[in-house]
Design a protein around this ligand. Structure first.
Ligand SMILES: Cc1cc2nc3c(=O)[nH]c(=O)nc-3n(C[C@H](O)[C@H](O)[C@H](O)COP(=O)(O)O)c2cc1C
Length: 182
């Protein structure tokens, strides 16, 4: 497989992760805190777009990861699909989508149980005994839509013998890649 074929299959696996539940649907997002500490958590990848390639996830506007991404937009994502034994690591630039029309478009696609996640008015992590009551009517105000433009990829396939690992880098609109020692 040449690097263009492999890249195309990576984009296809990210696209598939947003239309069905695959191993790549649940990613690990790593940010850096104000104190310079790494912090990782699970997020659901809900959309994939090209030109440039980016993935999207939703979060609460008051979650810690928002100010972390504003202060240091370079983030890391890790995907692992146990069904294919493929790990994909990515680094890229996070952007908080402000456009209300775009936020509304995505909000309209969310299932009721997903919208309920934005009913809490207190920031995630607030001690329960001090948290104000949830308000489902204003939930949309707390819905944040984040894109991560992918700039570097590290793909590791453990299903082959020997294992295969490729690294890719985007410069402008061009991706270059090469196989590396796993
Ligand atoms: C299976 C699973 C899926 C999750 N998906 C999301 C998500 O899409 N967006 C999100 O903000 N948090 C999601 N979470 C919760 C986060 O992992 C995290 O606990 C929460 O967002 C608070 O993180 P923060 O304090 O670093 O902002 C998910 C957790 C699990 C276990």
């Amino acid at each position: 497989m040449d690097h263009q074929d492999l890249l195309a299959s990576i984009w296809e696996s990210l696209r598939a992760a947003t239309t069905q539940r695959t191993g790549f649907t649940l990613a690990t997002l790593a940010t850096v805190t104000a104190a310079g500490q790494p912090r990782a958590r699970s997020v659901i990848i809900r959309d994939f777009a090209t030109d440039p390639e980016r993935v999207y996830f939703a979060t609460h506007t008051a979650s810690d990861k928002l100010p972390e991404m504003l202060a240091r937009p370079t983030v890391a994502l890790m995907f692992y699909d146990a069904a294919t034994s493929v790990q994909l690591r990515a680094e890229g630039q996070a952007q908080i989508i402000e456009d209300p029309a775009e936020r509304h478009r995505v909000w309209d696609t969310l299932a009721p149980h997903s919208r309920e996640l934005y009913a809490p008015t207190a920031p995630p992590g607030t001690p329960l005994e001090t948290a104000d009551a949830p308000d489902a009517r204003t939930a949309f105000e707390r819905f944040a839509w984040i894109s991560i433009r992918l700039d570097r990829l590290d793909w590791l396939d453990l299903a082959t013998d020997p294992h295969q690992r490729w690294q890719f880098q985007r410069t402008g609109t061009t991706w270059t890649g090469h196989p590396v020692v796993p």
